[in-house]
Design a protein around this ligand. Structure first.
Ligand SMILES: [Zn+2]
Length: 380
């Protein structure tokens, strides 16, 4: 009990440094309501583990004269975390610092999509990746993020329909890496990353919508991301959309994922002759070059995304809707379209804070969430 309370206090101090650093210990005490002695003690434990350090006080303005308050900050140079993100077409390996910033990422298309083939490639690539990316930092763990239904407790990808995966023991598969492995759905991982490193308004309540080849929703209230029994929460793939006739593998028409997935939109663009092959990056490039037809296709997708979001927002009424979708991130009209559909059903509609790094941040955040949740456990 005593140990657990100490761990919780350490987590509070570390989160305060994350939010406010560089910051004086006395300020942390004031902000957290902890006693100065407790802050000093927990700071010392965190510093022993190399998670925080004192910084040059000339870098922050001195509020008072007299006894110096040496500011402290997250030590981003000693440690990093590794991310493994498995998408439908490719796997991304990443190295992410303790502030959730991507230091290095490398993407490789799948040679085959079976779990055995995908994990075999990850294990084969990993040592050389770390050698190139590490830059002297010690990795604290590996975060695995992927779409669909993921159970972090058991470390299992329960179901990923586009990859055709069922009950894949992902944590076990990465055990040979010799680091602690944490597994989570990328939708929930991104929602958590937003709370830790992104838009602070998401800490009160948020709906996070990820739209790529897979669509995923994550719901957070009171600072925590909802998992539900067996972590099945967040499956919005077959939400029925008004005004869509796209046919879905489930046998029905107008399902959300079948209407808006990267693949579906890219195929529509290729069929219309806008791009030579169905590739979302090609369509995005065209839209960013202000091609009217490309922008119109992405706006149509954004309209569907906004409608789907509206269905969730009616029920949940969150402070913030965060949208991780390429059009919304890169094409201004798309964000405007989602906002128009949502209206006043969320106080704010914002794109993801992580732009192009969204897959790598998702994976890295799975470990970072564990570190910020109980820092004394992870680096004993
Ligand atoms: Zn369906």
């Amino acid at each position: 009990m005593q140990t657990r309370r100490r761990g919780a206090t350490a987590a509070t101090v570390l989160r305060s440094v994350l939010d406010h650093g560089p910051v004086a210990r006395s300020t942390i005490a004031r902000l957290t309501g902890l006693s100065p002695a407790a802050v000093t003690r927990q700071y010392a434990e965190l510093a022993d583990r190399g998670l925080v350090r004192e910084v040059d006080e000339r870098r922050v303005p001195r509020a008072t004269v007299g006894r110096p308050h040496v500011p402290v900050d997250i030590d981003v140079d000693r440690y990093a975390v590794c991310g493994v993100h498995i998408a439908v077409p490719h796997t991304t390996l990443s190295l992410v610092d303790l502030r959730g910033r991507v230091l290095h990422q490398e993407r490789e298309p799948h040679r085959a999509r079976t779990p055995e083939a995908v994990f075999e490639r990850v294990l084969a690539r990993f040592p050389a990746f770390l050698e190139r990316a590490g830059a002297g930092r010690t990795p604290l763990g590996v975060g695995l993020a992927t779409g669909g239904w993921v159970d972090p407790e058991r470390g299992v990808v329960v179901r990923h329909s586009q990859l055709g995966w069922r009950d894949v023991p992902a944590r076990e598969a990465l055990r040979p890496l010799g680091l602690p492995v944490h597994v989570e759905s990328h939708g929930r991982a991104l929602a958590r990353a937003e709370q830790l490193f992104g838009d602070q308004r998401t800490r009160s309540s948020m709906v996070h919508l990820f739209v790529g080849n897979v669509v995923d929703a994550a719901i957070a209230t009171g600072g925590a991301v909802h998992h539900g029994p067996r972590s099945a929460s967040g499956d919005v793939a077959h939400l029925r959309l008004e005004g869509s006739t796209a046919s879905c593998p489930c046998g029905r028409r107008g399902c959300f994922q079948a209407t808006v997935s990267d693949r579906a939109v890219a195929e529509r663009a290729a069929d219309a002759g806008l791009i030579p092959e169905p590739s979302l990056p090609l369509l995005l490039d065209l839209a960013r070059a202000r091609d009217a037809a490309a922008v119109a296709l992405l706006r149509e997708r954004a309209r569907h995304v906004g409608r789907a979001a509206g269905l969730l927002l009616d029920v949940i009424n969150p402070e913030v809707l965060v949208v991780a979708e390429a059009g919304v991130v890169h094409v201004p009209e798309c964000l405007a379209e989602v906002r128009a559909q949502v209206g006043d059903r969320a106080a704010a509609v914002v794109p993801t804070s992580f732009g192009r790094d969204v897959l790598s941040v998702a994976a890295g955040s799975v470990v970072l969430d564990a570190i910020y949740g109980s820092p004394l456990d992870l680096c004993a």
